[in-house]
Design a protein around this ligand. Sequence first.
Ligand SMILES: Nc1ncnc2c1ncn2[C@@H]1O[C@H](COP(=O)(O)OP(=O)(O)OP(=O)(O)O)[C@@H](O)[C@H]1O
Ligand SMILES: O=C(O)C1=C[C@@H](O)[C@@H](O)[C@H](O)C1
Ligand SMILES: [Mg+2]
Length: 175
Amino acid sequence: MTGTPDGPRIVLIGPMGVGKTTVGALLAERLGVAHRDTDADIVAAQGREIADIFVDEGEAYFRELEREAVRAAVAQHTGVLALGGGAILDASTRELLAAHPVVYLSMDVEEAVRRTGLNQARPLLAVNPRKQWRELMDARRSLYTEVARVVVATDGRTPDEVAQAVLDALELKDA
Ligand SMILES: Nc1ncnc2c1ncn2[C@@H]1O[C@H](COP(=O)(O)OP(=O)(O)OP(=O)(O)O)[C@@H](O)[C@H]1O
Ligand SMILES: O=C(O)C1=C[C@@H](O)[C@@H](O)[C@H](O)C1
Ligand SMILES: [Mg+2]
């Protein structure tokens, strides 16, 4: 299974802390392609951290920036693309992703708490992360599943093992 001509080879989606950035970088290295991350694109373009954009301008403003960042990255990038955890909240983004090899990286709540902890850089998990994560996932699980071509569970797997499982699921081989 491959991506559309000129589109990203792999698009990674999933909740905060599941490993999109970590696994995306490993996959890019193994496939010999570039890695891109829409959160990093937004931070670079705005010259400030995501948590600061949430505080200064609010979530709705961030979502607009994110929609445009995803559109630009999908149009321009032919390597591995990791999206922000909430990118799939936007209906037009979900539509756009339908033509691409999207992988949903999943994990359970205990693993999520271990990986994200109380990290203030993730504004949506800043207070009571376990409860907030459960609520986010209740609202988003069906959206991740709807958009994904394959689902790869990350619980109890190292980032290398997750990267291998993604390659296997998409029937891709190393460069
Ligand atoms: N399979 C794994 N096993 C254990 N720890 C992991 C695994 N994958 C990632 N991590 C760790 O979990 C944390 C979050 O990973 P990462 O930043 O890649 O997630 P993310 O999905 O990009 O999160 P965000 O949506 O907030 O950008 C990091 O400390 C990373 O080292
Ligand atoms: O799940 C979310 O809504 C988010 C995930 C992160 O990747 C960032 O895009 C931001 O912290 C919001
Ligand atoms: Mg990330």
